[in-house]
Design a protein around this ligand. Structure first.
Ligand code: DGJ
Length: 731
């Protein structure tokens, strides 16, 4: 049993072998958190007073109207400043961040939900219209708690799923309106986690075009740190993943808690250090410019949020995210299990190609060992530059004989992929001429063009139907194995003609749901097409997208050195098999060197294959062989960061098979200082097993390699990646 309810103390206990999440219902029907952390067995003697007597100067009285006053010091009292709440209220006694805000029929936004009922069931819930964590009934159990609003017949269903073999809690909430009136939801967070201490550091990811993800660490003080986006359907400038770690914790030691949201729209993570030195963590849809009208009998569901607990430092959180995403989120297609080496045309040709050039590309790509060729932007409408044609998804037959090139590719054993940007419309397009109302912007003002284009109104079913038909016209008629689904701008001039004026603040969320609807239709109709999403590089790299596309193009920055930072940061939360990484013709490193970085992702090339000389082809052959030899470790192994590039002049990471028999290690030196005593400590090996090091053929025990390390003091060259394997020897 993973979830239990103790009727006497009204305590809910979610525990697996490692973690416990415990809260109880107090006399007022509020859910008070008792504990979250490493598993403790005797939860019932760990009672409420032990927690709350620390701040009894801050008590509140309740229900004075019914003459149920409690005098000072008498129980039960709660503290708006310091009690740990599962459902923090709004405009009431708790001045910290609320979970949900409901604007009632009398225009009051006082929001206070109290306990009503509960259910416990095996497995977990799924969504029709949003991405979610997939799990079968043997993997997890779910607690559904139902609360009722103190003013009206409005119900809050809170779902907590705990996994048996993963230290993960999945949370989401559902608001059900039975009040007989329309209500306005002004905030609908997915989770609230109150912690007894604020003695943490926060690790989050920020980014921008070509520097797509950079991790950043900051102290938590007595304020509210918000990590959020307001770009609509992009997770570029901040990413919906974060981690807090005790100040004394590191990658292998101490408490760390991971947070994630399975959502690609505007989100907000807030970390609120309180007066009493506690921490409130709130995760959910960004409530800025958000208001959702919920009619009577309607239901609003929040996206799923993830909490991961570790008492073994940040590496454990990283690997739990990797395992969860790999095993419970990704939708693998048959091609995902093949050993794919991809070549994408973009950096080599941009819009400048014809049938002959593409045929030559494909045959040279085959010669390089490539087995998936992707024709990027430029094959449709009259798109010879980025000024036009988005929305006109018909093949430009004067430019490219698509049937011929696909048939040719398939005849020589190369799969074929095509680029789309379905949610966009060019000003200069037939679609805009015929349906200007399909574009999302306020028609009373001049629209903001971004990369010369507008965004389609994805809130409208009519628009989605139209664009889906356009896509199927191509995909039903051409034998396509892979689709790259791009998204190159943010949402601006937020106004939809398809929504009533009172629903305009629903646009951001409805747009995100619209995108999910289109993706859902796509994967149902084409279950075997390998989908890679993209957004001006890696601008929409999140768990929401990974539900549909098992890989995401990580960045338009393909310079290997810059990539080490982007990949290191991405690796912290996302499994390597999801990270689109290609070798390009950028100048700083050799092909082989760039490949030693790109191989820690969905490996491929982004260069003109017809221009490679014999020397290059030799490097390509070595690179392909290395990738294929290590593909299983990279796709399915455990990941450890060894040296953090933000903290020194080196970066290093490794992947190790689950049975710990094989490991591949990457190391890169950013500076020209060679004479230095350096030992790289390896992680995750079996201490009393011997390992053969492919770098110098030395044999060492695992404990030696983990505690002393691999000696790379001499022979360490600047800007030269080092790649080596450790193989466990039989006894
Ligand atoms: C942005 C992507 O990140 C690139 O890889 C490429 O597909 C271009 N868009 C095409 O317009």
């Amino acid at each position: 049993m993973l979830v239990t309810f103790d009727k006497n103390s009204k305590t809910f206990n979610l525990s697996n072998n490692n973690i416990s999440y415990v809260f109880f219902v107090n006399k007022e029907g509020m859910l008070i958190k008792q504990y979250f952390g490493r598993k403790i067995n005797d939860i019932y003697t760990y009672n409420y007073d032990l927690l709350n007597n620390i701040h009894d100067d801050f008590y509140c009285y309740y229900n004075t109207k019914e003459n149920k006053e409690y005098s000072y010091g008498e129980k039960p009292y709660i503290s708006g400043e310091g009690s740990l709440f599962e459902v923090p209220t709004y405009l009431s006694f708790d001045k910290r961040e609320p979970l949900v805000i409901i604007n009632h029929k009398d225009n009051s936004s006082i929001t206070d939900f109290r306990y009503f009922d509960y259910k416990i069931f095996k497995g977990k819930t799924i969504f029709e219209n949003m991405p979610y964590i997939r799990a079968n009934d043997c993997e997890c159990e779910t607690l559904e708690i139902i609360l009722k609003d103190i003013k009206d017949d409005i119900y809050l269903h809170m779902f907590y799923t705990i996994f048996k073999n993963k230290d993960v809690i999945v949370r989401h909430n559902k608001i059900v309106n039975k009040s007989g009136y329309n209500i306005k939801i002004e905030r609908a967070n997915s989770l609230n986690l109150d912690l007894l201490s604020m003695n943490y550091k926060l690790i989050s990811i920020h980014g921008i075009y070509a520097t797509d993800r950079e991790i950043e660490e900051q102290d938590i003080f007595h304020n509210n740190i918000e990590i959020k986006t307001i770009d609509g359907a992009k997770t570029f400038y901040h990413n919906p993943m974060a981690m807090i770690k005790e100040k004394k914790a590191n990658d292998e030691y101490g408490e760390a808690i991971g947070f994630g949201l399975v959502y690609s729209g505007n989100f907000k993570f807030s970390f609120n250090g309180t007066k009493l030195d506690q921490l409130r963590c709130s995760i959910g849809i960004n409530d800025e410019n958000f208001e959702y009208i919920l009619n009577n009998d309607e239901v609003f569901e929040t996206p799923e949020a993830i909490i991961i607990y570790s008492y073994k430092g940040t590496d454990f959180v990283t690997n739990t995210f990797h395992n969860l995403i790999r095993e419970n989120l990704l939708r693998l297609v048959p091609v995902s299990n093949e050993k794919i080496i991809l070549l994408n045309s973009w950096e080599a040709t941009h819009f400048n190609f014809n049938t002959e050039k593409v045929m030559n590309f494909i045959s040279s790509a085959k010669n390089m060992g490539v087995n998936l060729f992707v024709l990027d932007d430029g094959w449709f409408g009259k798109r010879d530059n980025d000024l036009c044609s988005l929305g006109d998804w018909s093949v430009n037959i004067e430019k490219i004989n698509l049937k011929k090139v696909i048939e040719y590719a398939h005849s020589i054993g190369v799969k074929f992929g095509l680029w789309f940007e379905p949610e966009m419309i060019s000003y200069d397009s037939n679609l805009y001429k015929n349906h200007p109302e399909f574009a999302l912007f306020d028609k009373t003002i001049n629209p903001t063009l971004w990369r010369h284009q507008l965004v389609l109104d994805m809130t409208s079913k009519e628009v989605r139907d139209y664009i889906f038909n356009e896509l199927t016209d191509v995909l039903d008629n051409y034998d396509i194995d892979y689709v790259k689904w791009d998204f190159n701008r943010s949402l601006c001039d937020i106004y939809s003609e398809s929504l009533k004026k009172e629903n305009q603040k629903e646009i951001y969320h409805r747009f995100t749901l619209g995108t999910y609807d289109l993706l859902n239709r796509f994967i149902k109709r084409y279950p075997n097409i390998l989908l890679e999403t993209c957004s001006a590089g890696g601008g929409r790299f999140d768990m929401g997208m990974l539900f549909y596309s098992p890989q995401i193009w990580a960045s338009d920055e393909t310079d290997g050195i810059q990539r080490t930072y982007i990949q290191y940061s991405t690796n912290m939360f996302y499994p390597l098999r999801t990270i689109g990484a290609h070798v390009s013709a950028r100048k700083y490193l050799s092909i082989k060197e760039k490949a030693s970085i790109a191989m820690f992702g969905t490996f491929g090339y982004e260069m003109d294959p017809t221009k490679l000389n014999e020397e290059d082809l030799k490097e390509v052959a070595i690179s392909n062989e290395r990738y294929l030899n290590n593909i299983d470790l990279i796709k399915n192994g455990d990941y450890y960061s060894l040296l953090n590039p933000y903290e020194g002049r080196f970066v290093s990471w490794m992947c190790i098979s689950k049975d710990k028999k094989n490991a591949v290690i990457f190391l890169f030196n950013y500076r020209h200082i060679n004479w230095t005593s350096r030992f790289l400590k390896i992680k995750g090996l079996v201490p009393n097993k011997k390992y053969l090091n492919s770098l110098d053929n030395t044999i060492c025990y695992g404990d030696y390699l983990m505690n002393v390390g691999v000696n790379y003091s001499i022979g360490m060259q600047a800007f030269t990646p080092i790649l080596f394997n450790l193989v466990m020897l039989d006894d």
